[in-house]
Design a protein around this ligand. Sequence first.
Ligand SMILES: [Ca+2]
Ligand SMILES: [Ca+2]
Length: 85
Amino acid sequence: MCMYIQLDRDRDDLIPTPELREAVEHSAYSFGLTSEQAAELLYDVDANGDRYVDFMEFSRLVRSLFTISRDGCWETAFQKWTLQF
Ligand SMILES: [Ca+2]
Ligand SMILES: [Ca+2]
């Protein structure tokens, strides 16, 4: 959500697809994604092909991101960490 507001600088509720792509690629590592997973997520992010990512498209991306991340390495890392205490 925060990322959406940051990327939508002119507040028209649309993010140019290249800008979103760049942002996700840059933060892939902190989401625990490989670059292949990030590329897969971004492949059909602009569902209606208007070269902008609207809020619905963005929500879908975030949901996929959450699904992938939950199965990904950071959850395992988190479980390991909590088991230590
Ligand atoms: Ca905008
Ligand atoms: Ca679109």
